[in-house]
Design a protein around this ligand. Structure first.
Ligand SMILES: Cc1cc2nc3c(=O)[nH]c(=O)nc-3n(C[C@H](O)[C@H](O)[C@H](O)COP(=O)(O)OP(=O)(O)OC[C@H]3O[C@@H](n4cnc5c(N)ncnc54)[C@H](O)[C@@H]3O)c2cc1C
Length: 390
């Protein structure tokens, strides 16, 4: 870490969760144990976990990042991280659905939308009547998000929107889309953000992706053909869409870091159970030393990267910019999830490779944490840029 960062970065040291958060974590653990038992089935059948999402909505898990004034629980980013680790340790498909709804949609609506927009959409979003989706990526813009081409032309009291968004989480289930579209020629300042309702004429759900992992989470194309989007649905001024997109991703990355921690934790538990079961006839442990070292390294990194994640969440809850810290959390936790999943498959051997074990599902789900909401090398660029900035 550069001297600049060590001296100037806001430092957060708080190792203890409040009584309220501990109670919340145990409530979410109960939820995960009660409602996410079909995770393997949802994965095998590429089925959306509707029952789990409905139960989450009833328990208030779809409103953690929304203020009380707008019907939320106002628990914030740290609580969301605690919640998402628990959910993802059982079902990452449910986890990403809840993460996108809370951290990419509700947070954005709360921070960037007008009071009129908030009062029109929050009643549906906080109850889960409507799920939200975040539509930034396109065929030719993934890591280079500013290359997006989806077009919104102002015509009187509405914009006419044309384009196609790709790889949209919850695409087929969402009723509200946050869409980033081009309103001007400037690469960055020509991008604006809009709330687009699924029922607007010209909005269609296109191809559903057949994915490596997170198969219970539907990822689809969203097609926009001559969609009339009212001017009152533009989020903020014209030209601030890219700022909104990036600011929101800071919070989204905390969700994916927490997802990664959940996956890593589940893999470490599998390894622990396997090693604990290796005993000789007299009940003495026989686990090999290299397997014990791997297990120890993973368990230590899990605790370390949870602290990185919570640090960024606390900063965001305090209204302090956490772009570098969120990228550090996502980078480290997503790599850990992949290391832990690979180790689980390796240490469990044929059991790990079998579709009957959860290890192979963790391996497939983990891989995606290093791709979306900024691929690994993009996180490294963001961190370096943050640390090297004057
Ligand atoms: C399951 C899933 C769900 C998704 N959900 C959503 C969603 O809800 N909404 C949404 O908008 N998008 C979503 N995405 C898209 C996701 O955000 C993009 O896949 C991601 O940004 C990477 O873009 P890309 O796939 O086009 O890869 P590319 O940008 O082509 O990158 C490919 C590789 O090249 C590297 N690379 C690219 N540029 C650079 C560079 N400048 N320097 C160094 N390395 C570089 C990357 O690190 C990466 O490893 C989802 C993706 C997946 C897989």
């Amino acid at each position: 870490m550069s001297a600049t960062h060590a001296n100037n970065a806001p430092q957060v040291v708080d190792y203890e969760l409040s009584t309220e958060l501990l109670a919340f974590r145990s409530q979410v653990r109960d939820y995960a144990n009660t409602y996410l038992g079909k995770a393997a089935e949802w994965d095998a059948e590429t089925a959306f976990p509707r029952s789990a999402i409905d139960a989450a909505a009833k328990l208030g898990l779809l409103r953690t990042t929304v203020s009380k004034a707008h019907g939320g629980s106002e628990m914030g980013n740290l609580a969301s991280c605690v919640m998402l680790e628990e959910i993802n340790a059982v079902c990452p498909s449910t986890g990403v659905t809840i993460s996108v709804h809370n951290s990419l949609v509700n947070s954005l609506v709360g921070k960037w939308c007008s009071e009129d927009q908030r009062s029109r959409y929050f009643p549906k979003l906080v109850t889960g009547e409507w799920l939200g989706a975040y539509c930034l990526s396109e065929a030719f813009s993934g890591s280079d998000a500013a290359a997006l081409r989806c077009d919104a032309k102002l015509q009187g009291d509405h914009y006419v929107m044309n384009g196609a968004k790709l790889w949209i989480t919850t695409g087929s289930e969402a009723k509200l889309f946050i869409v980033f579209a081009r309103t001007g020629p400037d690469r960055v300042k020509g991008i604006s953000a809009f709330v687009v309702e699924k029922d607007y004429a010209g909005v269609g759900v296109g191809k559903k992706e057949r994915k490596l992992g997170l198969r219970g989470s539907p990822t689809t194309e969203i097609v926009l053909e001559n969609v009339k989007v009212p001017v009152k649905n533009r989020i903020g001024d014209e030209g601030i869409g890219f700022t909104i997109a990036l600011d929101t991703l800071d919070g989204g990355r905390l969700g994916i870091a927490s997802q990664s921690l959940g996956i890593a934790r589940a893999c470490i538990k599998l390894i622990e159970q396997h090693l604990a079961g290796q005993v000789d006839a007299k009940g003495r442990p026989t686990a090999s030393q290299p397997d014990q070292w791997t297990f120890a390294d993973l368990a230590s990194d899990l605790d370390a990267y949870r602290m990185l994640t919570w640090r960024a969440a606390i900063l965001r809850d305090r209204g302090i910019r956490c772009t570098t810290e969120a990228a550090m959390a996502k980078l480290s936790a997503s790599r850990l999830a992949n290391r832990a999943a690979r180790a689980a498959v390796a240490i469990l051997g044929q059991q790990g490779a079998s579709g009957a074990s959860t290890a192979e599902r963790w391996l497939r789900d983990a891989r995606i944490t290093e791709i979306y909401e900024g691929a690994t090398d993009i996180q490294r660029l963001v961190i370096a840029r943050g640390l090297l900035a004057p």
